[in-house]
Structures are given as C-alpha cells and as structure tokens.
Design a protein around this ligand. Structure first.
Ligand code: AMP
Ligand code: ZN
Length: 475
C-alpha cells in the first residue's frame, strides 16, 4: 500500500514520492521538504488558524510514522501591513511587537502538543533572498515600478491561475484580483516590494528603500531553506488565491523550475456557518477556550478529528463530544493499568494488534482519512475491553496493547497527551476548583462534574478532603 495525498494542483489524490523519483524502499527517499505558511504575528491566533497548524502537525507525524524523514519549515510573517499598523498603534518597535506575539504563538503550539518543526524562518531575516528573486524577475522584464513600489506583471506569466483554476476571463477582467491597497498598472498584478510610507520600517536594497510584499516573503523563505523544488506546501484554503498563486508565479518565473510538487490546503473552521476570522470578529483564541475550562487535549482532538478537506463547524457540543471520546480512552487506559490476570500470552492478541495497526495505516494512507483511523482505534479499544471482561488479557499483553497505543499516538498526539501535564497551570486549576465548589453550592452538579472530567482528561485528579479539594497527577 502506498500513501496517497490530494494535490490541489492536479485536483487528484496522488502517491507520495518525496524528491519526485520512486524508490524501492521508504528509507531510500530523501527527507520530505515541507513548507507551511505560518501566522502573521499581530495578535493571538484563533482556533481556526490552529485547525490548519494542527493539520500540519498530523501530516508531519504521519509521514514519520510511515518511515519518511521530514524537513519541515513554518515561517513567521513578522512584517506586513497588519504588523506595522499594530506596532504603530502601540508606539513600540516592529520587532518588539511581533516578538511578543511570536512567543505567545509558540506557547500555544506547545499547549496543543504540536511538535516543533525543523525551521522557523522569519520574513525579516530573509530580505536577501527576496532581493535575489526580484533581481532575477527584473532581468527577465517581469517587474515594473510605480511610485517607488515594484510589481509583478502577471500578463508575463502564462500559467498564472493554474492552482486556483481561475477562469482566465475573470482574471483578465480584474474580477478576481489581489486586494492589496497599492496602486498598479493592472488590477491583476501584485506588489513585490513596497515603497515605505512615512514612519514605516524599511530596508535598503539595490532597487531602493522599501519593505517586502507579503507573497514574496514565502517564496524567499522556501528558496533560502530548501534551494529548489519542494515536496509539499500547505496552508488554509483561503491562501490558494492570491497568495499561493503569486508564490508560484514569482518562484517559477525567477528560477525556471517547478516550485512545489504538491499543494495541500486545509478547509476552514466555521462558526455558525461562517469562516472563523479576525475580521468577522467571530473567533475564539486558544486561551478563550482554556479560560472556559476546556482542555487543550480536547481542543486538539476536535481539531484533528475531522478530515482536513471538509469544513469543520465549531460548537461547544462538538467540544463536549471530544471530551467524552477522550474519557472513553482514559477509562480504557485505567482498565489496562488494572489488569492482573496471569502471566501467559493470549494467542489472538498479536493478530488483533496487527490488524488494528494495518487498518489504521490503510485509512491514513487514503489521504489521511482520520475519521476512519479513529474508528479503528475505538474498535480496537472495544475488542480489547471484551478480552479484559473475559479475564483473557494477561498482564504482559496489556503492555503490548500500550505499546500499540503509543505507536498510533505518535500520529494522533491525544492519547498520552503530555503538554498540559508537563506544564501545569496552577492558577487555572485553582480557579476551576473554586468554580467547581461554587457550582456544587449552586446545585449545578453538571458543571461540577464537567470540571472534574476536563481536568481528568489532562491527567489531573481531584480529591475532596475535609480540608478542601486537592489535585494530583494521574500517573
Ligand atoms: P494568518 O495568520 O491569517 O496568515 O493565518 C494562518 C493560517 O491559518 C493560514 O494557513 C490560514 O489559511 C489559516 N486559517 C485562517 N483562518 C482559518 C480558518 N477559519 N480555518 C482554518 N484555517 C484558517
Ligand atoms: Zn505563505
């Protein structure tokens, strides 16, 4: 069986072949080069953004599970119209402003048990690579200047629009265009380099002072890190046009080779039918949800449990369902812990485990069919529980079940969720303990139970004593 992943460029699921040349064995492949558009650091990322980042994590973890090596970059967009405006509003330097939100972003990733990646380039550290692209485009006559800014003339790039399958008439008439506020010859064109406005940060370059347009940043960082064609580029579906279309145009026109073999786009997280976004104001940050007492583990579960090419409607009911799925997993872990039956091995168990891992892998190989894969996990839990019920699971076998769970959890990151437990937020726990006490007084036992279950899903057990409630770690 081969891993197949959908490619926005071809509109089909295709076998995954890192480096583009088929090899006999997975270990012969070069590391898969992956670039994910990262956050623009002008505020807290919302959980819609984290749907995309959690997906990137699932993808990378699954490639590693399958034996591929990965070389993964996610950038930090630390200069653009929004970051500049934010810094100016607060009267602080751009780097102080973006540095603050970059740290918060990395903390949030770790809270969601999202693995660090190999490279986190900053746009502001990649200016030389942008100059290189723009100079090459200029030599080829694709660039024109206007009022101190430089533009890419898309009429000179024949295959423009291939990724988003834009109707060429739409592009030609300017019905679909980059909404960047800058003036240009043709509405379809986009800014490569922007003339500095009064008081804005700027860099000195061979073509004058200015600052980068957004699209050139990613093209430059891909080139600086990977040097040539990359295997996978990811982002949310909102980036297909114009951002990714423009990245392709700049990079392919500058270097004359394919930019990206496979484009993977994550559908949106919705709230009541609309895209969760800062501009619509209908968003929750991760911290909003933690404040309400939800566990990062359940949030991760919710975000990764829906297929990435389907929209996911965020509801608190959905979050509660994630919490109860995790409670089922935890009950199972507790039962495994408690197995005391004899020493021998159960002959059927090896087959049960192998079958589970095989089916889990087959589902994930099918364009990361996560719903199928999670279904296999719960089937396996159900079948193993039946063995425990019959006293047919010896202690040694319980250990083998745990090893299998650890294996699939290297992909899912929700079973032995460590982040929250390693990094206990004492203040939050105390606040939840107090809220639980108040809820009981007000006879709101449902809420009191929910708080206990939430903490338990993070590995934190509450104990009521005559001196009040104490907490301890589960294992
Ligand atoms: P930004 O910081 O706005 O550049 O977005 C960071 C990432 O989050 C990009 O890959 C976006 O496509 C993605 N994104 C933005 N809104 C959503 C949403 N509602 N659901 C899923 N992904 C999103
Ligand atoms: Zn990008």
């Amino acid at each position: 069986m081969a891993l197949r992943l959908y490619n926005t460029l071809s509109g089909m699921a295709e076998e995954f072949v890192p480096g583009g040349l088929r090899k006999d064995s997975i270990s012969d492949y070069p590391p898969a080069s992956i670039y994910s558009c990262g956050p623009t650091v002008y505020g807290y990322a919302h959980i819609g953004n984290f749907r995309t980042f959690a997906f990137n994590d699932l993808l990378r973890r699954y490639l590693k599970f399958r034996g591929y090596r990965v070389d993964h970059a996610m950038n930090i967009t630390d200069v653009d119209d929004k970051t500049i405006a934010g810094a100016a509003r607060e009267g602080v330097s751009l780097s102080e402003y973006t540095g603050r939100y970059t740290s918060i972003f990395f903390e949030d990733l770790s809270t969601l048990n999202i693995e660090p990646v190999e490279h986190n380039p900053r746009a502001t550290e990649s200016i030389d690579a942008m100059i290189d692209i723009i100079s090459r485009l200029d030599e080829k006559g694709i660039v024109y200047g206007k009022d101190g800014s430089l533009y890419f003339s898309i009429a000179k790039f024949e295959t423009y629009g291939r990724l988003s399958r834009l109707d060429t008439r739409e592009v030609k008439s300017g019905l679909r265009y980059d909404t960047d506020e800058y003036a240009k010859d043709d509405a379809r064109d986009f800014a490569l380099w922007k003339a500095p406005k009064e008081g804005e940060p700027y860099w000195d370059t061979p073509f004058g002072r200015g600052r980068p347009g957004w699209h050139i940043e990613c093209s430059a960082m891909v080139r600086r890190i990977f040097g040539g064609t990359i295997d996978i580029h990811t982002g949310g579906v909102d980036l297909i046009f114009p951002h990714h279309e423009n990245e392709i145009a700049q990079s392919e026109a500058a270097y004359g080779e394919q930019f990206v073999r496979r484009w993977i786009h994550v559908e949106h997280l919705l709230v009541e039918g609309s895209k969760m976004s800062k501009s619509l104001g209908n968003f929750y940050t991760l911290r909003d949800l933690l404040e309400k007492g939800h566990s990062p583990r359940a949030i991760r579960y919710l975000l990764v449990s829906a297929h990435y090419r389907k929209q996911l409607n965020f509801t608190f009911e959905g979050l509660a369902q994630a919490e109860s799925a995790l409670a089922r997993i935890d009950n199972f872990l507790l039962r495994l812990d408690g197995v005391t039956a004899g020493d021998g091995g159960n002959d059927g168990l090896a087959g049960l485990i192998d079958g589970f891992i095989e089916r889990f892998t087959a589902d994930m190989d099918d364009d990361l069919n996560i719903s199928g894969a999670l279904g296999r996990l719960f089937e396996f839990i159900h079948e193993t529980n039946a063995l425990i019920d019959r006293g047919a699971l010896p202690k040694a076998d319980a250990q083998r079940v745990l090893v299998a769970l650890r294996r699939v959890d290297s992909v899912l990151g929700v079973i032995f969720f460590s982040a929250a437990v390693d990094d206990v937020d004492e203040e939050r726990i105390q606040r939840l303990i107090k809220e639980r006490r108040d809820s009981k007084k007000a006879k709101n036992f449902a809420r009191a139970d929910e708080i206990r279950a939430t903490l338990e899903s993070e590995g934190i057990i509450l104990e009521d004593t005559k001196d009040g409630t104490r907490w301890k770690r589960k294992r």
